[in-house]
Design a protein around this ligand. Sequence first.
Ligand code: ZN
Length: 537
Amino acid sequence: MTTSGDTQNPKDAPKAGLKSAEDALSELKAHQAVVSDLSQAQAVLSWDENVYLPAGAAAARGQQLATLSKVIHERATDPRIGEWLELLESSNAADTKADTDTKADTDTDKTALLRETRRGFDHATKLPGEFVETFTRARSAAQSAWVGARAASDFSQFAPHLEKMVELNLRHADFLGFELHPYDALHDLYEPGSSTDKVRAVFAELRDATVPLVRDIAERGRDVSDAPVRQTFPEAEQEAFGVRMAAAFGYDFEHGRLDRTVHPFATSFSKYDVRITTRYEPGFLNPALFGTLHEAGHAMYEQGISSDYDRSVLGQAVSLGIHESQSRLWENLVGRSRGFWRWAYPQLQETFPEQLGGVSQDDFYAAVNKVEPSLIRVEADEVTYNLHVMVRFELELALLEGALKVSELPEAWNAKYKEYLGVVPPNDAEGCLQDIHWSIGMMGYFPTYTLGNIMSVQLFEAAKAAQPTLETDLEQGRFDGLLGWLRENVHEHGSRYQPTELLKRATGSDLDAGPYVAYLNKKFRALYGVEGDGADK
Ligand code: ZN
């Protein structure tokens, strides 16, 4: 293998313990640069698999990806990493003066590098190879069973696999270690520093505010029609408008591109190439439009990470929650705001004169903000979205605690939908079989969607406080002030700060559902003409 970044010279490498801390640090960084290159190459192959792969190439591509995974895992568990870490962690004297940053910055960077390296190395090495193989095989089987079960809307086909996933997630948590709850260990994989108790607390506050808001809207709110966005919109024009908006926000098409896929996503092959995908529905404007703005928000985060962290573990997004805060901020706080549409709506009307020429800006704004309790999470509006997440969080917690049996899941799912959203799925395909996460072994992931929503408002409020003209800027199509603030306070840092510290530095606060609750009440009580803030219900 030719690896330009690998300065390790195995033939004459003494044990790392005999080296200076300075040597250990540069060897560690060189080693990680190669892992970073391999991981990004793997991401290119995955992107291609999702976007362009001819049907007959699936098996060959699967083999290539499996080989790369194996090579990356071998490098990520290289015992030398443990030796380098031990030496560096015990030494405060590593000389990093060669860096051009100030001394304080390089110290912070070094501490962060050791923290992230330790985290990744411990995770990779705490799991026995036998367990990793078992989990991988069980996931493949569970995923294909889930596809079949969903198509047939037959939970019983998936149930034994879900039982296996619960069991394996519990073993996974045991290997990783935890103090209070196995869920802590699993959730921490996606949101470092968060915990089951923290999620429970913010979710309770959000649920208590959201359920009455949804009820008031349903009972007493004025009728809002989404007919304006449910007309025929040709795909080429949808795409052109989405590209124009994403570019206006600051998504850099010189270092990215937009393609089509079935399940939209953003992916990074370094900050210099961050791609987004979307899906067009000719009869519904929202999926591609807001999907593109959402993925552009994810991508701008990756494009904004400091180049100081190229090919480093610090050059990665720090958590899924922070990632989602960026996508939601651009999709909802900007893209679904009245101010944004003051600027954008005339352009959209020009793009679709027949469909929207006679629709007022107020009616269009209402249409893209229609609140309607529904069955499917990914199609949910801003108000009801988090209730979908809470259902999943509470149920996966109960499964892991043994308080809920897998066989009881469909019934429990439907009961929670009735309680929180007032709707009951007519079948399991539209109920507990709708999401892929559990079938690929991901438990502890769902809360990050709602944590992202909560943090998006905290960050947006902090940006507004720092830039008094921010809202009038948005009304005039000027987004560089907001993007600049996000760059400086979130994007640039990559994984330098833990999510909790990043949030605190950017906003002055810890995670707090208060601003999000206030935002939802203000926006949607005004839109639907319902009084109060729900607190007295
Ligand atoms: Zn997202």
